[in-house]
Design a protein around this ligand. Structure first.
Ligand SMILES: Cc1cc2nc3c(=O)[nH]c(=O)nc-3n(C[C@H](O)[C@H](O)[C@H](O)COP(=O)(O)OP(=O)(O)OC[C@H]3O[C@@H](n4cnc5c(N)ncnc54)[C@H](O)[C@@H]3O)c2cc1C
Ligand SMILES: O=C(O)[C@@H]1CCCC=N1
Length: 397
């Protein structure tokens, strides 16, 4: 494989400053920031790109500053700026502002935390009383006792387009993507050696952003993190009158905070990618294995969604018209892992994005780049350290 068109061995290409494993949104942004720091970077992806087997595929994701934890809201300040920068570099629209409607038990701790974080951080926010809610959203039935607010900064990210854009800019900066090339072995050391099905490469540092395959990769380095892979049913619901909940009718994204007795949040995006269909999902799913996800194990989440849709969204047919699938890689506290490997400081790990990492892609990529280049991280990484899992972290050697 290391033979160029004119027959010379291209040995020079097999050594890089940094190798990134996994070309989902996090690995692609890590590679992009490393290339911007003038590093020679190799981005390895097991599947031929684009693919729909991980967590970063699909047309849309929610972007928002509304979070229960302030550290995410603060990181999003920078993430918005970096998304805008990528839009300019790639000359493509990646974000459309819609606002985010947050609904939840008014006096409950979750809803109160969203409200507090938004207000304390000066995020443009509207609080709606029941009368204002009914006037503004006649097509949504508010659950009695629910409060409602709008994060006005929120909107939709065009996910597939974003992934293509960041990879294209990375390549324009001189970065190398090798797709259809699965990493089979990792040898830690002052130079890390990575073997794929097609060749062996070395680098001063390695970034592992393997999504649902993270523990498979980490087992090659003697580490296991407490990560669970979950299959998410991505459900689209037909509008009885097309456009009722449409992006063009200024309908917002929404989060129903543990609504209607559900253990997890329910969230949705206005109809857009499939005309006449609104995407509404449950923020959990059945445990699976990254390579076994197509074996459906449970429909419990779809039943919860159907009940919610029929109660709160009377303008939708309450059985899904399309069900696609996607994977979450979830940590015990739902916070990310952004850290160095505990035994090998030149191996950096970005994992466990727990179903809410896409919007942070640019800032996560920047952080992984900083860790990999031994720079001081721009954000406080204490919520994301591996040591918080002790004693659940296992050595697999
Ligand atoms: C249904 C759904 C809805 C979501 N909604 C939102 C949302 O609204 N807002 C938001 O911010 N986030 C959302 N998320 C979460 C977000 O999409 C993920 O956090 C993010 O995509 C994770 O990206 P990743 O790069 O870590 O993983 P992935 O995209 O899975 O990338 C990992 C890559 O590593 C590759 N890889 C693995 N092993 C190897 C190997 N051995 N060799 C080479 N390559 C390898 C994989 O093939 C894959 O391409 C949602 C997720 C899902 C599933
Ligand atoms: O990250 C997001 O915004 C979405 C909606 C809430 C649950 C998870 N993903």
């Amino acid at each position: 494989e290391n033979v160029s068109e004119n027959g010379f061995l291209t040995m020079a290409l097999s050594h890089f400053d940094c190798i990134v494993v996994g070309a989902g949104i996090q690995g692609s942004f890590a590679a992009y920031h490393l290339a911007k720091s003038n590093k020679q970077v190799l981005l390895l992806e097991q599947f031929v790109l684009p693919h729909s087997r991980g967590s970063s595929h699909g047309q849309t994701r929610i972007i928002r500053k509304a979070y229960e934890q302030e550290f995410y809201t603060r990181m999003m300040e920078e993430s918005y700026q970096l998304w805008e920068q990528l839009e300019k570099e790639a000359n493509v629209q990646l974000y459309r502002r819609t606002g985010l409607l947050v609904m939840g038990q008014e006096e409950g701790p979750d809803f109160q935390m969203y409200k507090k974080t938004l207000l304390q951080n000066g995020v443009p926010t509207e609080i709606l009383d029941p009368v204002q809610f009914a006037q503004r959203f006649p097509s949504v039935k508010r659950i009695s006792g629910d409060g409602a607010l709008i994060d006005k900064t929120a909107g939709v990210l065009f996910a597939d387009r974003a992934l293509r854009a960041v990879q294209a800019v990375f390549q324009r900066l001189g970065g190398v993507i090798r797709d259809g090339e699965k990493v089979l072995d990792i040898r830690p050391g002052s130079l890390v050696t990575v073997t794929t099905g097609r060749g062996t490469y070395s680098a001063k540092s390695l970034v592992i952003t393997a999504g649902p395959w993270t523990n498979t990769m980490l087992s090659l380095t003697g580490l296991q993190l407490p990560l669970q892979v979950r299959r998410i049913n991505v459900c689209y619901w037909r509008e009885k009158v097309p456009g009722t909940y449409g992006i063009s009718s200024q309908f917002p994204c929404f989060i129903g905070v543990k609504s209607h007795g559900a253990k997890h949040d329910i969230y949705g995006l206005p109809s857009n990618e499939y005309p006449g269909l609104m995407k509404i999902c449950y923020h959990s799913g059945s445990k699976t294995d990254a390579d076994q996800r197509d074996i459906q194990t449970s429909r419990e989440d779809i039943d919860i969604l159907s009940r919610y849709v029929s109660r709160c969204f009377p303008g939708l047919v309450s059985t899904p018209a399309i069900v696609e699938s996607c994977l979450y890689t979830v940590t015990p506290d739902s916070h990310f892992v952004l850290d160095r490997h505990p035994s090998h400081c030149n191996i950096v790990i970005g994992a466990g994005f727990s179903g809410h990492g896409f919007k942070f892609g640019p800032v996560v990529g920047k952080t992984l780049c900083e860790l990999s280049l031994n720079k001081t991280p721009s954000h406080d990484l204490s919520p994301f350290q591996i040591q918080r899992f002790q004693p659940q972290v296992k050595s697999s050697l």
